[in-house]
Ligand binder design. Structure first.
Ligand code: HSE
Length: 448
């Protein structure tokens, strides 16, 4: 019998026993939340939910939660092998140990709740397949956009819709950095150090600034939006490292905000999966999501656009998502596996092999910043190359040179063009003698 599948006659009000792997920020928040809202949660789940056992690398360390009723030690395997535990909550992060523990928990017939976006994005296909064989549930709401119930919204709330595209601010650290660059004119490195101090950034902050964290989350969102297998390796990834405070200011002069977006969209021959800095018209709701907040916009037929906004990180928001999954698992105890909500929203035998298209095929408008010698004919050369490539220009600004600078920044906004064509034009512009360095290129989306 699968753990937690109650036989008729069992006492359905027995507390559900939960084991937690990792009792850090989110683990502590989850224990506190289960305690604080215990009555409400029990009324919703139908049974009390008790964390009875936990594993932490340093069990003696002070905790943010009470461990009075929790058997806490360092042995994570003892938690997943404990026959009394019905649900394992994995909050240790990383890929190797977390994967081994989750697969072992599944083999032991336990349901799993995890906040581990990297693990689901990279190994989710294998984990779901094993879980399906064993008839257990895997909850991963906390893996994407923290407390925003975006998995539930897309997987269940939009079940009658065909999703056209989804675009989201899904890395709070990048959003915090871009917001501080805009409103306080602060330099990138400064703000990143603050994001690390405040605990928003990943253990390895290059995951935030290079777009890896957002790509993990987009991989998961794309699968539940389009019913395709998880394909992290196909996501085009660009972080915010190349964005300067000048770019943020120039974009603002042109009526845009720069946001780091994850976008998945039907692109004609397939599905485009990409994360990159993006200029958004400043009137767009998404353009006004600031600080560490996350937001995901979904355009679906017949509903049209909807926007989901909230805290994308932190102990309590993430705990909110973990507890939501715990309650779902408890509610599903009495359901046969084939009647449960499918892990990736679509029935496993109905996943589509629709291809993920390469970036060359994606069409967007562009912001280009070119550093050019201030001499006659340079602007004409640049616009000539764009015009010969059939790329139409929407706006041009030439800024004053900085004191002592050899070059002036020239900023161009183009109309929509295929990425491949823009690549060729940029190569030709960069080859001009009067152009210094590489072009800073930021994609522009109206999200209509
Ligand atoms: N480092 C992540 C972020 C934490 O900044 O959004 C939440 O996944």
């Amino acid at each position: 019998m699968v753990m937690g599948s109650k036989e008729k006659g069992d006492n359905l009000l027995d507390p559900v026993k939960v084991g937690v792997l990792g009792l850090g920020t989110v683990g502590g928040g989850t224990v506190n939340l289960l305690e604080r809202n215990r009555d409400e949660i029990t009324r919703r789940a139908g049974r009390p939910i008790d964390v009875v056992r936990a594993a932490a690398r340093h069990p003696a360390r002070p905790r943010t939660c009470s461990t009075e009723n929790i058997h806490l030690d360092y042995d994570a395997y003892a938690v997943v092998d404990d026959p009394s535990i019905e649900i394992v909550v994995e909050l240790i992060g990383g890929e190797t140990l977390a994967k081994e523990l989750i697969l072992r928990a599944i083999d032991n017939g336990k349901h799993v709740v995890t906040a581990n976006k990297a693990l689901i994005a990279l190994h989710g296909n294998e984990i779901f397949s094993r879980a399906r064989e064993k008839g257990v549930t895997i909850g991963f709401e906390a893996a994407v956009a923290g407390g925003i119930p975006i998995i539930k919204a897309v997987r269940e709330g939009l079940v009658g819709n065909r999703i056209e595209w989804l675009a989201g601010i899904i890395n709070g650290t990048s959003n915090f950095i871009l917001t501080e660059m805009l409103y306080a004119g602060r330099a990138f490195g400064d703000v990143l150090a603050e994001a690390q101090r405040l605990g928003y950034a990943e253990a390895d902050p290059t995951f935030d600034v290079e777009g890896v964290d957002a790509a993990h989350k987009l991989t998961i969102l794309a699968s539940i939006a389009f019913g395709i297998p998880l394909q992290f390796d196909k996501v085009f990834m660009e972080g915010i490292g190349q964005i300067s405070t000048d770019d943020v200011a120039y974009a603002s002069e042109l009526g845009f905000r720069i946001k780091h977006l994850g976008i998945c969209r039907r692109e004609g021959d397939g599905i485009g999966l990409r994360v990159h800095p993006t200029l958004l018209p400043e009137r767009q709701l998404l353009a006004n999501v600031d600080g560490v907040m996350n937001a995901v916009m979904v355009n679906a037929d017949p509903l049209g656009p909807t926007l989901y906004y909230g805290a994308g990180a932190g102990a309590e928001p993430t705990a909110s998502a973990v507890v939501a999954d715990l309650v779902d698992v408890v509610r599903e105890f009495t359901l046969e596996p084939e009647n449960r909500v499918p892990y990736l929203a679509f029935q496993s035998h109905s996943l589509s092999d629709e291809p993920v298209v390469g970036m060359d095929a994606v069409e967007t408008a562009y912001y280009l910043r070119v550093e050019a010698q201030d001499e006659p004919g340079v602007l004409a050369d640049i616009t000539g190359i764009l015009s010969n490539a059939g790329i139409s220009i929407e706006a041009v600004i030439q800024k004053q040179p900085a004191p002592g600078a050899e070059t002036v920044p020239v900023i161009l906004l183009t109309h929509r063009v295929r990425e491949a064509r823009m690549n060729e034009a940029c190569e030709r512009i960069e080859a001009l003698e009067a152009i210094h360095g590489s072009i800073t290129r930021i994609r522009v989306e109206a999200l209509l």
